[in-house]
Design a protein around this ligand. Structure first.
Ligand SMILES: C[S@@+](CC[C@H](N)C(=O)[O-])C[C@H]1O[C@@H](n2cnc3c(N)ncnc32)[C@H](O)[C@@H]1O
Length: 335
Protein backbone atom coordinates (compact mmCIF):
# COMPACT_ATOMS: atom_id res chain seq x y z
CA UNK A 1 0.00 0.00 0.00
CA UNK A 2 1.45 3.40 -0.88
CA UNK A 3 1.92 6.11 1.75
CA UNK A 4 -1.13 8.12 0.63
CA UNK A 5 -3.53 5.17 0.82
CA UNK A 6 -2.01 4.11 4.13
CA UNK A 7 -2.50 7.54 5.70
CA UNK A 8 -5.99 8.00 4.19
CA UNK A 9 -7.00 4.65 5.67
CA UNK A 10 -5.62 5.58 9.12
CA UNK A 11 -7.33 8.98 8.89
CA UNK A 12 -10.71 7.34 8.23
CA UNK A 13 -10.64 6.11 11.85
CA UNK A 14 -10.84 9.77 12.93
CA UNK A 15 -13.02 11.49 10.33
CA UNK A 16 -15.27 10.94 7.33
CA UNK A 17 -13.83 14.03 5.64
CA UNK A 18 -11.97 13.17 2.42
CA UNK A 19 -8.53 14.75 2.28
CA UNK A 20 -7.59 17.05 -0.60
CA UNK A 21 -4.43 15.56 -2.10
CA UNK A 22 -1.65 17.58 -3.70
CA UNK A 23 1.12 15.70 -5.46
CA UNK A 24 4.59 16.93 -6.31
CA UNK A 25 6.67 16.39 -9.45
CA UNK A 26 8.98 13.42 -8.84
CA UNK A 27 12.11 15.37 -9.79
CA UNK A 28 13.40 18.92 -9.60
CA UNK A 29 11.18 19.81 -6.63
CA UNK A 30 13.50 20.39 -3.70
CA UNK A 31 14.16 24.02 -2.79
CA UNK A 32 16.86 22.86 -0.39
CA UNK A 33 19.00 19.76 -0.54
CA UNK A 34 21.85 18.39 1.57
CA UNK A 35 24.63 16.10 0.36
CA UNK A 36 27.70 14.51 1.87
CA UNK A 37 31.02 15.03 0.09
CA UNK A 38 33.48 12.18 -0.36
CA UNK A 39 35.87 10.95 -3.10
CA UNK A 40 35.19 14.11 -5.12
CA UNK A 41 31.48 13.31 -5.36
CA UNK A 42 28.23 14.35 -3.76
CA UNK A 43 26.97 11.51 -1.62
CA UNK A 44 23.68 10.41 -0.16
CA UNK A 45 22.52 7.28 1.61
CA UNK A 46 19.79 5.20 0.02
CA UNK A 47 18.64 1.83 1.39
CA UNK A 48 21.64 1.89 3.78
CA UNK A 49 24.05 2.27 0.83
CA UNK A 50 26.17 5.33 0.11
CA UNK A 51 25.64 6.62 -3.42
CA UNK A 52 28.28 8.75 -5.15
CA UNK A 53 27.15 11.22 -7.81
CA UNK A 54 28.05 14.41 -9.63
CA UNK A 55 24.45 15.61 -9.90
CA UNK A 56 21.02 14.74 -8.53
CA UNK A 57 17.63 15.03 -10.20
CA UNK A 58 15.80 15.83 -6.93
CA UNK A 59 16.78 19.49 -6.33
CA UNK A 60 15.26 22.41 -8.22
CA UNK A 61 16.84 22.87 -11.72
CA UNK A 62 18.72 25.99 -10.54
CA UNK A 63 20.65 23.73 -8.11
CA UNK A 64 20.92 20.74 -10.46
CA UNK A 65 22.48 22.83 -13.22
CA UNK A 66 25.39 24.09 -11.15
CA UNK A 67 26.14 20.89 -9.21
CA UNK A 68 28.66 19.34 -11.69
CA UNK A 69 30.40 22.66 -12.29
CA UNK A 70 30.79 23.33 -8.57
CA UNK A 71 32.11 19.81 -8.05
CA UNK A 72 34.80 20.21 -10.70
CA UNK A 73 35.85 23.59 -9.24
CA UNK A 74 36.16 21.98 -5.81
CA UNK A 75 38.10 19.07 -7.33
CA UNK A 76 40.60 21.49 -8.86
CA UNK A 77 41.24 23.41 -5.65
CA UNK A 78 43.17 21.89 -2.75
CA UNK A 79 41.87 24.33 -0.05
CA UNK A 80 38.26 23.86 -1.21
CA UNK A 81 38.48 20.10 -1.25
CA UNK A 82 40.48 19.31 1.88
CA UNK A 83 38.37 18.14 4.88
CA UNK A 84 35.11 19.09 3.14
CA UNK A 85 32.38 16.72 4.29
CA UNK A 86 29.03 18.31 3.48
CA UNK A 87 27.45 20.59 0.88
CA UNK A 88 24.00 22.10 1.48
CA UNK A 89 22.06 23.95 -1.19
CA UNK A 90 19.09 26.33 -1.09
CA UNK A 91 17.50 28.18 -3.95
CA UNK A 92 15.20 31.12 -4.49
CA UNK A 93 14.37 29.60 -7.89
CA UNK A 94 17.23 31.57 -9.44
CA UNK A 95 19.90 32.36 -6.84
CA UNK A 96 21.57 29.44 -5.08
CA UNK A 97 23.20 29.44 -1.66
CA UNK A 98 25.80 26.66 -1.23
CA UNK A 99 27.11 26.03 2.29
CA UNK A 100 30.34 24.04 2.36
CA UNK A 101 31.04 22.46 5.75
CA UNK A 102 34.56 21.45 6.83
CA UNK A 103 36.50 19.57 9.50
CA UNK A 104 39.20 22.30 9.47
CA UNK A 105 39.44 26.05 10.16
CA UNK A 106 39.04 28.03 6.95
CA UNK A 107 42.02 30.25 6.04
CA UNK A 108 42.82 32.96 3.48
CA UNK A 109 43.55 30.39 0.71
CA UNK A 110 40.00 29.03 1.10
CA UNK A 111 38.52 32.53 0.87
CA UNK A 112 40.45 33.28 -2.34
CA UNK A 113 39.37 29.98 -3.92
CA UNK A 114 35.73 30.52 -2.87
CA UNK A 115 35.77 34.03 -4.37
CA UNK A 116 37.01 32.56 -7.66
CA UNK A 117 34.24 29.98 -7.66
CA UNK A 118 31.55 32.57 -6.93
CA UNK A 119 32.85 34.76 -9.72
CA UNK A 120 32.79 31.90 -12.23
CA UNK A 121 29.38 30.36 -11.47
CA UNK A 122 26.42 32.61 -12.13
CA UNK A 123 23.84 33.11 -9.36
CA UNK A 124 25.88 31.21 -6.77
CA UNK A 125 26.72 32.44 -3.26
CA UNK A 126 29.16 30.37 -1.23
CA UNK A 127 29.28 30.14 2.55
CA UNK A 128 32.04 28.24 4.36
CA UNK A 129 31.42 26.74 7.76
CA UNK A 130 33.59 24.85 10.21
CA UNK A 131 33.48 24.50 14.00
CA UNK A 132 32.60 27.96 15.46
CA UNK A 133 33.46 29.61 12.12
CA UNK A 134 31.39 31.07 9.31
CA UNK A 135 32.95 32.66 6.22
CA UNK A 136 30.78 34.70 3.90
CA UNK A 137 31.99 35.59 0.46
CA UNK A 138 29.08 37.72 -0.66
CA UNK A 139 25.60 37.13 0.69
CA UNK A 140 24.31 35.14 3.60
CA UNK A 141 20.59 35.65 3.05
CA UNK A 142 18.45 34.47 0.21
CA UNK A 143 15.38 36.48 -0.82
CA UNK A 144 12.58 34.26 -2.11
CA UNK A 145 9.66 35.76 -3.96
CA UNK A 146 6.54 33.76 -3.32
CA UNK A 147 3.50 34.18 -5.52
CA UNK A 148 0.18 32.70 -4.58
CA UNK A 149 -3.31 33.49 -5.86
CA UNK A 150 -2.95 37.15 -6.85
CA UNK A 151 -0.49 38.07 -4.12
CA UNK A 152 3.25 38.18 -3.98
CA UNK A 153 5.60 38.66 -1.05
CA UNK A 154 9.31 38.53 -0.30
CA UNK A 155 10.75 36.25 2.32
CA UNK A 156 14.29 36.20 3.68
CA UNK A 157 15.94 32.93 4.64
CA UNK A 158 19.46 31.63 5.21
CA UNK A 159 21.19 28.33 5.81
CA UNK A 160 20.46 28.34 9.56
CA UNK A 161 16.69 28.33 9.41
CA UNK A 162 13.86 26.06 8.39
CA UNK A 163 12.28 26.76 5.02
CA UNK A 164 9.56 24.85 3.16
CA UNK A 165 11.42 22.17 1.18
CA UNK A 166 9.11 21.66 -1.82
CA UNK A 167 9.46 24.45 -4.37
CA UNK A 168 6.08 23.74 -6.01
CA UNK A 169 3.84 22.77 -3.10
CA UNK A 170 4.67 25.74 -0.86
CA UNK A 171 2.34 28.20 -2.62
CA UNK A 172 -0.41 25.51 -2.82
CA UNK A 173 -0.15 25.07 0.96
CA UNK A 174 -0.65 28.81 1.46
CA UNK A 175 -3.66 28.85 -0.91
CA UNK A 176 -5.17 25.84 0.88
CA UNK A 177 -5.01 27.71 4.21
CA UNK A 178 -6.21 31.03 2.79
CA UNK A 179 -9.27 29.56 1.10
CA UNK A 180 -10.49 27.72 4.23
CA UNK A 181 -10.35 30.69 6.61
CA UNK A 182 -13.70 31.60 8.09
CA UNK A 183 -14.26 34.88 9.89
CA UNK A 184 -10.57 35.57 10.63
CA UNK A 185 -9.76 38.20 13.27
CA UNK A 186 -6.34 37.85 14.93
CA UNK A 187 -3.98 34.90 14.60
CA UNK A 188 -1.66 33.34 17.16
CA UNK A 189 1.04 31.43 15.32
CA UNK A 190 3.51 29.08 17.02
CA UNK A 191 6.63 27.58 15.36
CA UNK A 192 6.52 30.41 12.78
CA UNK A 193 10.10 29.93 11.49
CA UNK A 194 11.17 32.85 9.29
CA UNK A 195 7.56 33.52 8.38
CA UNK A 196 6.77 31.06 5.58
CA UNK A 197 3.08 31.25 6.54
CA UNK A 198 3.10 34.42 8.67
CA UNK A 199 3.91 36.77 5.80
CA UNK A 200 1.32 35.54 3.27
CA UNK A 201 -1.38 35.30 5.95
CA UNK A 202 -0.87 38.91 7.06
CA UNK A 203 -3.40 40.09 4.48
CA UNK A 204 -6.00 37.61 5.74
CA UNK A 205 -5.92 38.51 9.45
CA UNK A 206 -6.28 41.86 11.26
CA UNK A 207 -3.16 41.13 13.34
CA UNK A 208 -0.76 38.25 13.84
CA UNK A 209 1.32 37.40 16.89
CA UNK A 210 4.00 34.91 15.83
CA UNK A 211 6.47 33.02 18.01
CA UNK A 212 9.39 30.68 17.41
CA UNK A 213 12.45 29.63 19.42
CA UNK A 214 15.15 30.07 16.75
CA UNK A 215 16.69 33.55 17.00
CA UNK A 216 17.93 33.50 13.39
CA UNK A 217 14.40 32.79 12.15
CA UNK A 218 12.91 35.62 14.21
CA UNK A 219 15.60 38.06 13.02
CA UNK A 220 14.90 37.15 9.37
CA UNK A 221 11.15 37.37 9.89
CA UNK A 222 11.55 40.90 11.28
CA UNK A 223 13.59 41.81 8.16
CA UNK A 224 10.90 40.39 5.87
CA UNK A 225 8.15 42.26 7.73
CA UNK A 226 10.00 45.52 6.92
CA UNK A 227 10.76 44.44 3.37
CA UNK A 228 7.05 43.81 2.69
CA UNK A 229 5.95 46.98 4.55
CA UNK A 230 3.67 45.03 6.86
CA UNK A 231 2.42 46.64 10.06
CA UNK A 232 0.10 43.98 11.50
CA UNK A 233 2.62 41.31 12.58
CA UNK A 234 4.34 41.20 15.98
CA UNK A 235 6.92 38.54 16.75
CA UNK A 236 8.72 37.20 19.81
CA UNK A 237 11.44 34.62 20.27
CA UNK A 238 9.59 32.27 22.56
CA UNK A 239 9.41 28.50 22.67
CA UNK A 240 6.02 26.78 22.45
CA UNK A 241 5.86 26.33 26.22
CA UNK A 242 7.00 29.92 26.88
CA UNK A 243 4.24 31.17 24.56
CA UNK A 244 1.72 29.09 26.50
CA UNK A 245 3.00 30.50 29.84
CA UNK A 246 2.95 34.06 28.52
CA UNK A 247 -0.63 33.74 27.27
CA UNK A 248 -1.75 32.21 30.54
CA UNK A 249 -0.10 35.15 32.40
CA UNK A 250 1.98 32.64 34.36
CA UNK A 251 5.26 34.35 33.55
CA UNK A 252 6.40 37.81 32.44
CA UNK A 253 8.88 37.93 29.59
CA UNK A 254 11.12 40.94 28.85
CA UNK A 255 10.89 39.83 25.21
CA UNK A 256 7.18 40.77 25.35
CA UNK A 257 7.67 44.23 26.89
CA UNK A 258 6.58 46.02 23.74
CA UNK A 259 3.69 43.72 22.87
CA UNK A 260 0.20 44.60 24.08
CA UNK A 261 -1.25 41.10 24.43
CA UNK A 262 -4.58 42.51 25.63
CA UNK A 263 -5.13 44.16 22.25
CA UNK A 264 -5.46 40.80 20.48
CA UNK A 265 -8.77 39.21 19.67
CA UNK A 266 -7.60 35.77 18.55
CA UNK A 267 -9.91 33.81 16.29
CA UNK A 268 -7.33 31.21 15.19
CA UNK A 269 -4.24 29.42 16.42
CA UNK A 270 -1.83 28.01 13.81
CA UNK A 271 0.81 25.46 14.79
CA UNK A 272 3.52 23.98 12.58
CA UNK A 273 5.68 21.93 14.99
CA UNK A 274 8.73 19.79 14.25
CA UNK A 275 8.28 16.03 13.77
CA UNK A 276 7.86 15.44 17.53
CA UNK A 277 4.47 17.19 17.36
CA UNK A 278 2.82 19.36 20.01
CA UNK A 279 3.86 19.67 23.65
CA UNK A 280 1.24 19.04 26.35
CA UNK A 281 1.34 22.80 27.16
CA UNK A 282 0.62 23.73 23.53
CA UNK A 283 -2.28 21.29 23.38
CA UNK A 284 -3.69 22.86 26.56
CA UNK A 285 -3.21 26.38 25.10
CA UNK A 286 -4.92 25.42 21.83
CA UNK A 287 -8.14 24.58 23.68
CA UNK A 288 -8.76 28.30 24.28
CA UNK A 289 -9.12 28.93 20.54
CA UNK A 290 -12.21 28.43 18.44
CA UNK A 291 -10.27 27.53 15.29
CA UNK A 292 -7.03 25.63 15.00
CA UNK A 293 -4.85 25.12 11.93
CA UNK A 294 -2.43 22.23 12.41
CA UNK A 295 0.40 21.85 9.90
CA UNK A 296 2.26 18.60 10.44
CA UNK A 297 5.24 16.89 8.83
CA UNK A 298 4.62 13.66 10.71
CA UNK A 299 1.35 11.69 10.27
CA UNK A 300 2.10 9.63 13.40
CA UNK A 301 2.34 12.57 15.82
CA UNK A 302 -0.48 14.35 13.98
CA UNK A 303 -2.89 11.45 14.61
CA UNK A 304 -1.71 11.25 18.23
CA UNK A 305 -2.25 15.01 18.74
CA UNK A 306 -5.69 15.31 17.15
CA UNK A 307 -6.99 12.89 19.77
CA UNK A 308 -5.50 15.08 22.50
CA UNK A 309 -6.75 18.40 21.10
CA UNK A 310 -10.20 16.82 20.95
CA UNK A 311 -11.55 18.76 17.96
CA UNK A 312 -13.59 18.04 14.87
CA UNK A 313 -11.69 17.93 11.57
CA UNK A 314 -13.31 20.45 9.20
CA UNK A 315 -10.99 19.95 6.25
CA UNK A 316 -7.67 18.36 5.57
CA UNK A 317 -5.02 18.64 2.86
CA UNK A 318 -2.22 16.18 2.20
CA UNK A 319 0.87 17.54 0.46
CA UNK A 320 3.36 15.01 -0.88
CA UNK A 321 6.37 17.23 -0.18
CA UNK A 322 8.96 14.48 -0.71
CA UNK A 323 7.79 12.48 -3.68
CA UNK A 324 10.45 9.77 -3.42
CA UNK A 325 10.24 9.16 0.33
CA UNK A 326 7.77 7.95 2.94
CA UNK A 327 7.11 11.50 4.22
CA UNK A 328 3.85 13.44 3.98
CA UNK A 329 2.86 16.95 5.02
CA UNK A 330 -0.64 17.55 6.39
CA UNK A 331 -2.68 20.71 6.93
CA UNK A 332 -5.83 20.30 8.99
CA UNK A 333 -8.52 22.78 9.96
CA UNK A 334 -9.84 21.80 13.37
CA UNK A 335 -12.94 23.31 14.94
C1 LIG B 1 8.37 22.63 10.65
S1 LIG B 1 9.19 24.14 11.02
C2 LIG B 1 7.98 25.31 10.54
C3 LIG B 1 8.48 26.71 10.28
C4 LIG B 1 7.51 27.66 9.57
N1 LIG B 1 6.15 27.49 9.96
C5 LIG B 1 7.65 27.51 8.06
O1 LIG B 1 6.80 26.85 7.44
O2 LIG B 1 8.61 28.03 7.50
C6 LIG B 1 9.14 24.10 12.76
C7 LIG B 1 9.72 25.33 13.43
O3 LIG B 1 9.59 25.16 14.86
C8 LIG B 1 10.74 25.70 15.50
N2 LIG B 1 10.80 25.02 16.80
C9 LIG B 1 11.31 23.81 17.11
N3 LIG B 1 11.10 23.51 18.40
C10 LIG B 1 10.43 24.58 18.92
C11 LIG B 1 9.93 24.87 20.21
N4 LIG B 1 10.05 24.00 21.23
N5 LIG B 1 9.30 26.05 20.41
C12 LIG B 1 9.14 26.93 19.39
N6 LIG B 1 9.62 26.72 18.14
C13 LIG B 1 10.24 25.54 17.91
C14 LIG B 1 11.89 25.40 14.53
O4 LIG B 1 12.94 26.30 14.74
C15 LIG B 1 11.20 25.57 13.17
O5 LIG B 1 11.36 26.89 12.69
Amino acid sequence: MNKLSKFSRELSNYTEIEPEIHLSPATGYRARAEFGFSKNSYTMVKDDKKIYMEKSSIPHPSIQQLMPNLLSKIYNSEPMQKKLFQINFRTSGKKVLATLIYHKPLQEDWILAAKDIEASIENLSVIGRSKKQKVLIREENLEVICNYDNSSFKIMQNDLVFFQPNFYLYSLMISFIAKQLEDPKDLLELYCGCGGFTLPLASKFKKIFATENNRHSIRLLKESIKLNNLSNIETARLSDNETASALANERLFRRLENVDMQSYEFSHILVDPPRAGLSAETIYLSKQFKNMIYISCNPETFLRDIVEVDRKIESIGIFDQFANTGHLEIIAFLK
